[in-house]
Design a protein around this ligand. Sequence first.
Ligand SMILES: [Zn+2]
Length: 404
Amino acid sequence: MNIKRVLVVVSALFFLLTNTHGQGLPEDGPLTIDESLQNLAERLLKGKQGSIVAIDPATGEVKAMASNSAINDGINRAIGVAYSPGSTFKTAQALTLLSESVLYTNSRYSCNKGFWRDKIHIACHEHLNRLDMVNALGQSCNSYFCQGFATMMKDRVKYRTKNVAINKWNSYMTSMGLGAMLGIDMEGEASGLMPDSSLYEKLYNGRWNGTTVMWVGMGQGEVRATPLQLCNLAAVIGNRGWYRVPHIHQPVNGLPLDTKYTAKHFSLANAKAFDTVVEGMKTCVTSGTASRQKSPFYEWCGKTGTAENDGKDHSVFIGFAPKDNPKIAICVYVENAGFGADLAAPVGALVIEQYLTGTLTKRSENHAMQWEKFQVVPDNLGMPNDSLLQTYSINKKEMQQASR
Ligand SMILES: [Zn+2]
């Protein structure tokens, strides 16, 4: 361990033990926030760097938005940082691949703790081989979604060129509210990133193919999303295909809400694809990677993510509940906290329970107290340095200048 690293850890520990900095709710209310949910979210984030955000899928109202940083950097991490979405992104992949008939519900790929393709190895954890789509989501199979994405990029029957394929793929992602600012009524929203042909032209000089970029299939590589966008993705799936732009201010003086926040935005994915992905996210909670979060009181849906980055993996979870006519969609994103199933999923389950039942059982309250005391030392103090996003913003600036 070098000296710089020691200094970062020591100062992070000092800040975590002395103080953490909640950031971000606007001060010009009235807000759409649910006080008891917000309090719980802030408690659960203590001693950790990251965010918890919750939306009512039917209205787009933000019900909780907690953000915490080890230093007082003023960043609202729920909206202001675009991260690798990790495996939570497999839900959006599944919707795209199914709707484009690149894959079907019964499509299978072999996976023996991963697979090899052209000297590239994609690793996976141990699970039954050759899962179908629902179980590939439930078990979060990396091989399945990397190969599925590569298959779409290489399909020259459906797509004349790889550029046509990636741009078609991009249009699905954009339609789910990914890759650009959603337009929440707050300052400091980051845009995120979904690749298209112009980005790949820039990054690879045109020398890319379905195999060289297949990590995108599992939410790694050239994809970035804010926790708000991932929460909104959970809302899109809960609603089986649409969202309203998330917003945090209530209308005032008896005026109706701006139509920007009442209009429905429809995704390109089809109804059948949503049925399959909802089933996959239910399986995640009943018998998959988040099976410890199964509730005896309601059926619900989730997806874990473990996002690789320069430091220790980020722990991620998205979900909505109940499964039908959901009342709440959530995203928990905790930096450098390891497996999604270990921290983000149980924390997310507590947020869901609080909102749906209005309280926590005694057992859940004990868990909440444990998470409140649990500390995770972040690898980065302040805004993560993301050279890919910098490349992209330069690219965008050049394109805008060129188009003027
Ligand atoms: Zn696998």
